[in-house]
Design a protein around this ligand. Structure first.
Ligand code: AGP
Length: 614
């Protein structure tokens, strides 16, 4: 959460920082601020509650001349979103300004100690404590900023990506990271900082992914320098940023979410590309292929993830169990990390995360590694922390997902799980060549079948008007459709703020059926699969209690069509591939309901795209 940007160079500092913040708004958008150091050494800080556009309005007419600057868009952790708690934060003497993404866990202890030395605090944030600590050390020891930062960070427990600037020094930015992302962009005579590469993609593709406990010393006219907390210098490895500016634009769609829903035929093609081998005979993921023995001998697979990635993981479990006959468990990363899990070196832990930066998933990876497991990552963001912390893995390659509600990443994750299960089945010989070939052929057809499913757009737009003001929704599915129900409910609640419950359809009679009445619409995911007859009974149970039903059914369905109030027909695919198809109408339904309700679809309240705090 929170996005940070920094810039030193000869460009327009203010414009570069503001544009950078807009790109990072997906990380948090409750307040924003900027610190600018002018040629003569003045340090000007402007900050305000609300989005970056508010900050722009606030800065209009103010002095924004600068030689360097740092900026921040916030997702509040300590202290309510307000002007005062917005970053950057000053040290007490006003000489230092800091931006911070993360949380300082021992901030109260540090604050108490600093208070005893007479420090005064003006905000409720943990970040202000850090900048005060840096100032205190700097003044006490009469040392350079870099030495004060090193020393302060040794005392800090928590997660952070920070950037610090000082008054009277228009030539230096000090930055550092631990457990929160930080990327440096290296241009000609200019250096950029960002929580990811999006703020500076149009200026440079040369990037340095800062590692944990590394401090970055950026000085005008000098090469970039990386040191650890003991001042030991490390090598600067320059990578290439795999991102283009067009991927960060809406391309004519009113929202990123709608663009991303409609991109899915392309993103699924990209996800499959290069992975179907031997003229369509089978698929092979490199990460599996280069670790054949691990997958052949694996005793158990444990999948860890959060949110939508957790829903994709539930589907991963079914796919791997069905195709490879390996026992699979799925855990919320946040529970797994504190559960004292029993793991051996015969287990594989698969960590799934679109952003590759989710704090709980990263912590789960660390525990799994400590216990000797082989850790495999499934992620979207190239160069993010999770791919770097895992032993091997697969990128879903769906391009940047900007809308906070995950759509194309979900279908990409499910597709990767499908290919992973088929790769392992091939290695372990748990599926016949004929079955693998048939499924691979279906995989190749999926992008065009998704296009066909997207033709439901108009019908769903009209349908959404009927349910715009529903106060509750139930989502039901069985087997492969159960995680789709969970995902459908999550999509609706996060962007429309309507309460929605996802349930395994048969569990309904053990309690939730009490909620069914004419005010409670149920979305039921009922493609033709081996549980179809069972779900027909569930539909009847709801109907006989006066509930209205929106059913996602296979084209040509006649039975549920008779019972349901509305049906959305999707193309027929093998059971294990139904989730990719049936999730599409649910994405559209939540999108249109949220739009009808006038909600900020791409930046829903209280949420952020990348959850880098516990
Ligand atoms: C999905 O719509 C949500 N925004 C959220 O649940 C998300 O999937 C979760 O925070 C995990 O993120 P990750 O995939 O980047 O780890």
């Amino acid at each position: 959460m929170c996005g940070i940007v920094g810039y030193i160079g000869n460009g327009n500092v203010y414009d570069i920082l503001i544009n950078g913040l807009k790109r990072l708004e997906y990380r948090g958008y409750d307040s924003a601020g900027i610190a600018l150091v002018s040629e003569s050494g003045d340090l000007n800080v402007y900050k305000t509650v609300g989005k970056v556009s508010n900050l722009e309005n606030f800065c209009a007419g103010k002095n924004t001349d600068a030689k360097l600057g740092i900026a921040h868009t916030r997702w509040a952790t300590h202290g309510e979103p307000c002007d005062n708690n917005a970053h950057p934060h000053f040290s007490e003497d006003g000489n230092l300004a800091i931006v911070h993404n993360g949380t300082i866990e021992n901030y109260q202890l540090l604050k108490d100690a600093l208070s005893e030395h007479g420090c005064k605090f003006y905000t409720e944030t943990d970040t202000e404590v850090l900048v005060q600590l840096i100032e205190y050390i700097k003044n006490e020891n009469k040392c350079e900023l870099i030495d004060a930062v090193r020393s302060a960070l040794k005392q800090v427990i928590g997660a952070y990506a920070i950037a610090v600037v000082e008054k009277n020094n228009p030539n230096q930015i000090i930055a550092a990271r631990k457990s929160s992302p930080l990327v440096v962009g290296i241009g000609e005579d200019e250096v950029f900082l960002g929580s990811d590469g999006t703020p500076f993609v149009e200026y440079t593709k040369d990037v340095v992914y800062v590692k944990d406990e590394e401090i970055v010393i950026i000085r005008r006219g000098e090469p970039l320098k990386l040191v650890d907390f003991d001042n030991k210098e490390s090598k600067v490895n320059v990578d290439r940023l795999q991102l283009s500016i067009s991927q960060l634009e809406k391309g004519g769609y009113p929202h990123f979410m709608l663009k991303e829903i409609f991109e899915q035929p392309i993103t699924l093609t990209d996800c499959i590309r290069g992975r179907v081998v031997n003229a369509g005979e089978h698929v092979m993921l490199n990460g599996v292929f280069s670790n054949i023995d691990k997958f052949k001998e694996v005793n158990r697979i444990i999948i860890v993830a959060c949110g939508t990635s957790w829903h994709a993981s539930l589907l991963g479990k079914s796919l791997i169990q069905d195709m490879c006959q390996i026992a699979v468990e799925v855990e919320y990363a946040s529970e797994f990390r504190y559960s004292n899990p029993v793991i051996t070196d015969k287990d594989i832990v698969i960590a799934v995360s679109q952003s590759g930066e989710t704090a709980d998933t990263l912590a789960a990876i660390q525990i799994a590694r400590q216990k000797g497991a082989f850790v495999y990552g499934i992620s979207n963001v190239v160069g993010s922390s999770i791919p770097r912390e895992t032993d091997s893995g697969t990128y879903i390659h769906v391009g940047p997902e900007i809308g906070v509600a995950s759509t194309k990443a979900f279908t990409g994750q499910v597709m990767v799980f499908t290919m992973l299960a088929l790769s392992v089945a091939k290695i372990k010989n748990t599926l016949s060549d004929e079955t693998i070939r048939t499924l691979v052929n279906w995989i190749l057809k999926i992008p065009s079948l998704v296009t066909e499913t997207l033709n439901l757009d108009d019908q769903i737009k009209r349908l959404s008007l009927i349910y715009t003001y529903a106060r509750n929704f139930m989502y039901l599915g069985r087997g492969y459709s159960y995680p789709v129900a969970l995902e459908g409910a999550l999509k609706l609640k996060e962007i429309s703020y309507i309460h929605a419950e996802g349930y395994p359809a048969a569990e309904m009679k053990h309690g939730p059926i009490a909620l069914i009445d004419s005010e409670m619409p149920t979305v039921i995911i009922a493609p033709k699969d081996h549980l179809y007859e069972k779900i027909v009974s569930n539909v009847q149970q709801i109907k006989s209690r006066g509930g209205s039903i929106i059913a996602i059914v296979t084209k040509g369905d006649t039975v549920i069509k008779e019972l349901a109030d509305h049906v959305l027909e999707v193309p027929e695919v093998p059971e294990c591939l139904t989730p990719i198809i049936t999730s599409i109408p649910l994405q559209l339904l939540s999108y249109y309901i949220a739009v009808n309700r006038g909600k900020d679809v791409d930046m829903p309240r209280n949420l952020a795209k990348s959850v880098t705090v516990e």
